[in-house]
Structure formats: C-alpha cells, structure tokens
Design a binder for this molecule. Sequence first.
Ligand SMILES: *Cc1c(COP(=O)(O)O)cnc(C)c1O
Length: 384
Amino acid sequence: MIPYGRQNVDQADIDAVVEVLRSDWLTQGPTLERFERAVAERCQAGHAVAVCNATAGLHLACLAAGLGPGDLLWTSPNSFVASANCARYCGAEVDFVDIDPLTWNLDARALADKLARARALGRLPKVVVAVAFSGQSCDMGEIARLAREYGFRVIEDAAHALGARYAGEPVGSGRYADLTVFSFHPVKIVTSGEGGMVLCNDPGLAQRLRDLRSHGITRDPARMSEPSHGGWYYQQVELGFNYRMCDIQAALGLSQLNRLDDFLARRRELSARYQRLLGELPLQLPTQQDGAESAWHLYVVRLGEGLESRHRQVFEALRAAGIGVNLHYIPIHLQPYYRELGFADGDFPEAERYYRQAISLPLFPDLSDAQQEQVVDSLRRVLA
Ligand SMILES: *Cc1c(COP(=O)(O)O)cnc(C)c1O
C-alpha cells in the first residue's frame, strides 16, 4: 500500500537523537532551547515554545489568549478535532464558520457576516482558530482586519503549514496571528515523533505559555510572593500542566528542520505534477489564493459534478488497488460529541458538501514519480 503520508528519517536524524541519549540531558536541556530558537528564526517569530504535541499547544495558546468559561471560540469545521477541542479544555463554547468552496479553508467572508450577526446578538468570539488547511493559510489579512474591528484574538492552527508563506512572510511570523501552532506528528511537514510548538511575538504571552507548560511553576524570585527560602525553592503561581517536549524529541525535530527546504521542494514538485497529471479528469483540484505559498501537507481532490454518489466506491476501489487514500476531514460539527452539543446536519453546508466529495491522495517527500503515476493511473481507471 502506498500510504497517504510518511515521515523521512535519515542517518543524520538518528545520529542527532543518539547524541542526546548519550548526553546529560534527556529533557529540559539545551537541545530543546536550540530547537525553539531555530524554529523562531526560521519563522521570524519573537518567541517559540515547544510542547509535547500541537493539541497541547492549542490548549496553551487558548489559555494564553484568555479563553475561559463563558467565552466563545470559532474555527473551521474542515479540520482535525483538536482545532475545536482546545476551547472545550478551557470550558469555552465552540462555533464554526463555513469553508470557502475553492480553498476549503475557513471563509473570511462568511466570518465577516457571522461577526456582524454575532455583534447584534452580543455573542462575539474571544478567539478565532484559523486553520491553514493542507498547508495554505486562510485569508489572514482579512481575518486580522476583522480581529481589530471586533476585538478577538487570532490563533493560526498551522499544524499543516511549517515552511509555508503568506503575503511574503513565513507562517508563524505573527504578522496576522497572535499565536501560531505547529505540529511535528510524523505525517506533518517535519517530525519530532510527537511534538508541537507555539510561536508569538508578545513576551507576556510567551511567559504564560512557558509557565503553563510546566505546572505553573516559577523559579524567578521577582515573580514570587515571598523571598526565596534557598537554592531549592520554587513556587507554583498558577495551575499548569506537564506539556513539555523532551530533548530526545527536540533533537529529531532540530535535525529534521535542516531538511525542511528539501521536504518543501519535493512536496511542491509532487503537487505541481498532480495538477498536471490530473488536469483532464472530472475532479476539482486544489486552488491557491494569491500570495499564499502552501507547505503542501495534503493533496486533496474533490469528485466533480455527478460523481458524488460514487465517492465511497471510488475511495474503496483506490484502497483495494493499493493506494492509501484518506479523507481530511469529517466535519467536526458532525462528530457525536459535537452533535451532543447541539450541532446538526446542514449547519455548515459547504463543509458537508466538501466531505461528500473529497479524497486525499498520497503526498510525502519519498513518494517516487513512478508511485505517483501509479496513483494517477489507478484514479483514472476507477473514474472511467
Ligand atoms: C495534526 C493536527 C493537530 C494536532 O497535532 P498533534 O501534534 O497530533 O497534537 C491539530 N490541528 C490540525 C489541523 C492537525 O492536522
């Protein structure tokens, strides 16, 4: 089976991990700080805080943004459940904004309409999680403008988008988002096994993220309620978590980061080849908006008019042919947990229509040209 995604771990990555295993620091050591600095530099961000996974990163980002009980977070229904669950961890409510029919990202026009209605009702969101679906940012310029007008915080869920650019800037630079979250899960752009990172430019937010990552404990005398009792002393100043990344993971992530440009180049090349090879088939192919340079985490096609009724059959025939297709995503609001909270079929029709047509084709740096041609040939045969 050709998988839909796969990590690429080379000897340099393995050597970097082994080096940490032989060192004094398996966790809370110098490699973690080097990884954080390297990602911050790459993304032109002021601060980067590594965490054990992006789900934890989204949780901390929401807390740092001040999200709590009684507040509202809005996100895209076309995402992994973590993009919405982060609100629930904070005791906040979730709502969704339907997707753009071409980019399959949260639709900034739908957001503007919904905000106008929410203002009339007095139920504005405190946070909007803008998911960079498949590696392409949303219309972040417009979302940032709306954030200023309506006073919400923007968290970019950039789990798919390490190395992507938007309007000439790296995703994570903080030009359009208060906080940006990356994932280093093995199917994502670079991996640390499990891992994530939260980027921001506000030193206050960065301090909150660091405190909450490690139990809410501080060793800084300036932030303690009384003088230090001695060299052993620390204080827990709020309720935090253990969401730390360890140095073993950071070593893998840092080594992988050295190869980010190669990974991105191959993903871009394979995506351009798909666009060419699939051009004649009855499919809707991915659209890039002006100024966006996707990291191409996913390559999704939508079955064209009239083929919707064959969606499941096409998917299963491809799997039977050894093509490890997948589907990103089942609309979050239709998950039983969210239905229980009151969401129903028909709430976000564009995301639901997309779900009835979408198929993710294999895309990862080691996918060979021959394998890609096999994917295209299988798809052509199945659709014929
Ligand atoms: C993978 C993913 C996450 C969660 O990442 P983890 O590191 O596995 O916790 C969050 N959001 C999106 C859009 C993702 O694809």
